[in-house]
Design a protein around this ligand. Structure first.
Ligand code: SF4
Length: 382
């Protein structure tokens, strides 16, 4: 089997107001960090053997805050996982926060075979950063280090719709980020969860203004040569995230670490299995991997569910779902599954020939997916 690896590092320095990823706050040197690495390596070995994974095309170490593992923790993790494969993955990405991505950490990443860094900048404008719980004054210094060690092989995350943000500030954020020549930029539209402190922030732009900001940001990135290849992702030629493309194409991946989830697909039957680890770091680190069985939830993905998920993920990607893979799995072409939806959206110029949403169509992804799911239900299940 060929499967990518997602490794979830469930530690953060604090909690950001807008975030719903699983993590627990830790201080440097917390003993759970070392125990987590031991369990994770045991889990990786077990999963790779159990599912006979012969090749790992990509690895993504995300979180949480992977840079909180520090240079020695990250070095040990990278050395440990490298023992699990015979052939090096084409891409190994590590997410980092500016505050903890110091020179020693970046050196450990480079020596451990990391090919790509993803840095959570969010904004350079201090009041906007502070309003969502981001602190630290080392952004420029860290970006400079990363640009020197991983030239163009790094991504910068920016957020639009932040408190105190306007078009001028956003343009400034993008200009400052691009000055370091990242190969890739993720531009996220801030999602404000109901009931969070952020929802009460009177400096938040309203929904229409937030949409305008994101579109202005998109246009600036495109004018600078970064092609939008997914809802929130932009890249220079040859710099797309291979790992994330595998998610959008619904290709196999294993998830390791607390709260991580993985999906394995049987192309012959068009069905799959999803494995999700319990979001419980204390139990995870207290277990030897042999005991973790009870912490993994396994659910079957029947043909219907998998087809829906293939559309939900695939139409996020500018090239749409992989047509060859779709036909192999479901013995049907994409056009044959949702002919009415594609025709209606093509008439409005929002779907191209591939079939895939155009740049304008991606702005209405949710509506398109609603139509798609309704048509699948009517065609196959009513
Ligand atoms: S550092 Fe990242 S993962 Fe951690 S709470 Fe903040 S946004 Fe979430």
């Amino acid at each position: 089997m060929i499967a990518s690896l997602y490794i979830h590092v469930p530690f953060c320095a604090g909690a950001c107001d807008y975030c719903d990823f699983y993590s627990v706050p830790v201080a440097p040197g917390d003993p759970r960090i070392n125990r987590y690495i031991d369990t994770l390596l045991a889990e990786g070995e077990d999963r790779i053997n159990r599912f006979s994974v012969e090749r790992i095309p990509s690895v993504y170490i995300g979180g949480g805050t992977p840079s909180l593992l520090g240079a020695s923790g990250m070095g040990r993790l990278l050395q440990g996982i490298a023992a699990l494969w015979n052939e090096d993955p084409q891409e190994i990405t590590v997410e980092a926060n500016p505050e903890s991505a110091d020179e020693a950490f970046l050196e450990a990443c480079g020596e451990g075979g990391v090919t790509r860094l993803s840095l959570g900048v969010q904004s350079f404008h201090e009041p906007s950063r502070r309003a969502v719980g981001r602190v630290g004054a080392v952004l420029h210094e860290r970006l400079q280090l990363i640009a020197e060690r991983f030239p163009q092989a790094f991504s910068v995350d920016l957020i639009t719709g932040l408190p105190f943000q306007d078009t001028y500030r956003l343009q400034e954020d993008i200009e400052k980020a691009l000055a370091y020549k990242p190969g890739h930029v993720s531009l996220y539209d801030l999602t404000v969860e109901p009931g969070t402190p952020l929802e009460m922030n009177s400096q938040l732009p309203d929904r229409d203004e937030a949409d305008r900001l994101w579109i202005a940001g998109r246009d600036t990135l495109e004018q600078a040569g970064y092609q939008q290849y997914e809802v929130s992702n932009f890249a220079l030629p040859g710099k797309r995230s291979r790992h994330n493309i595998r998610y959008w194409r619904m290709e196999n991946w294993l998830g390791l670490g607390p709260a991580a989830s993985g999906t394995l697909i049987d192309d012959e039957t068009g069905t799959g299995r999803r494995f999700t680890n319990r979001a419980d770091v204390d139990n995870y680190v207290a277990s030897t991997y042999r005991e973790i069985g009870g912490l993994v939830h396994e659910e079957p993905l029947d043909r219907h569910t998998l087809m829906e998920e293939t559309f939900l993920m695939g139409f996020r990607y500018i090239e749409g779902p992989d047509r060859g893979l779709f036909k192999k799995r479901f013995r049907l072409g994409i056009e044959a599954c949702i002919p009415a939806t594609l025709a209606a959206w093509r008439n409005q110029g929002l779907v191209g020939p591939e079939p895939a949403l155009t740049k304008g169509g991606l702005l209405f992804l949710d509506l398109f997916l609603q139509d798609t799911l309704i048509e699948i239900e009517k065609t196959f299940y009513l």
